[in-house]
Design a protein around this ligand. Structure first.
Ligand SMILES: Nc1nc(=O)c2c([nH]1)NC[C@@H]1CN(c3ccc(C(=O)N[C@@H](CCC(=O)O)C(=O)O)cc3)C=[N+]21
Length: 286
């Protein structure tokens, strides 16, 4: 048996089509949704991600507001840019591309984002709202995973889900999202301190790996027919000396799983689609 691949790229394209319609409806009300990006420094990977977000915006009719600062920008300069975006009515949501250069106080910067304009859904106020079950922008990667599974009729209610990873952007908020009444999954949150990880993953209907450890989930750790989601994205240098990205799921898992969300072509495009969704939702709420 070989797993059905759940195509995040195709699903993201569907979502972008739906967003295009919603953006047209907003245009009739005289509203153009605007996404801001703040990029500090010139890391090629970060530049590529930010470029991708602006391409996505252009595809669905969202206006892009692009702010770039040099790698040696001061904390005060970054804070000034955030104050401008917070005050700009054309900016419905924005992101600060991470990681920031080491001399900047990342936590302080992220806390200065106006929570209503937090397109990533990672502001402490919005993560607090998620804990409490209040409405607010949701973190893009967890929301993208839930949306991808929903659109492929993977049942979450009653399912035993193992999440591997407790990071603030994926594992931790994903556990919160999946255990809401509306999703109703039973979640075990595993991490680098988990003893006998395989005993947990083998008991799961759905395994979601967001640990950032290439090849962490091997075929013997998966019960036949389970749904596996690869959230890992680690830059490795191949034998040819070229850099490439690799996931957390070993390639032999495809022979055991019932369905697999691959990397690339899975969670990444869905994350980007959810960023756009968060901005359109903010614009709709006026
Ligand atoms: N404030 C902030 N928000 C983020 O959401 C954020 C960030 N900082 N810093 C960096 C990470 C990384 N990230 C990715 C998003 C999509 C792909 C993606 O679409 N990847 C493609 C492959 C690459 C491509 O084709 O572009 C795929 O998985 O198929 C990858 C990585 C968002 N991040």
């Amino acid at each position: 048996m070989t797993a059905t691949l759940l195509d995040g790229k195709a699903t993201a394209a569907e979502i972008k089509d739906e967003l295009r319609t919603r953006v047209k409806a907003l245009a009739e009300r005289g509203i153009t949704p605007g996404l801001g990006t703040v990029l500090v420094g010139s890391d090629p990977g970060s530049q590529a991600y930010v470029n991708g977000k602006h391409r996505d915006c252009a595809e669905v009719g969202i206006a892009s507001i692009r702010r770039e600062l040099p790698a040696d920008a001061t904390q005060a300069q970054v804070e000034q840019v955030l104050a401008e975006l917070n005050a700009d009515p054309a900016c419905h949501g924005y992101i600060v591309q991470l990681p920031l250069p080491g001399h900047l106080d990342t936590q302080r910067v992220l806390e200065l984002i106006e929570p209503a304009k937090d397109a990533d859904g990672l502001h402490p106020v919005n993560l607090g709202r998620l804990v409490l079950g209040y409405p607010g922008p949701l973190p893009c990667t967890p929301r993208g995973i839930v949306e991808l599974l929903r659109r492929h009729d993977v049942a979450l209610s009653g399912a035993k889900v193992v999440v591997v990873g407790r990071g603030n952007t994926v594992g931790r908020p994903l556990g919160l999202l999946l255990t809401r009444r509306s999703e109703n999954a039973t979640v075990t949150l595993c991490h680098t301190g988990t003893l006998d990880l395989a005993s947990h993953t083998r008991a799961a209907d759905i395994v979601i790996v967001a640990a950032g450890v290439p090849g962490l989930l091997t075929a013997d750790m998966v019960t036949p027919g389970a749904v596996v989601v690869d959230v890992g994205i680690t830059r490795v240098v191949g034998p040819d000396g070229k850099g490439r990205y690799t996931g957390d799921v070993d390639s032999a898992v495809v022979e055991v799983a019932g369905a697999l969300v691959p990397m690339p072509g899975g969670v990444g495009p869905m994350t980007r689609a959810m960023l756009l969704t968060n901005v359109v939702e903010r614009a709709e709420q006026g």
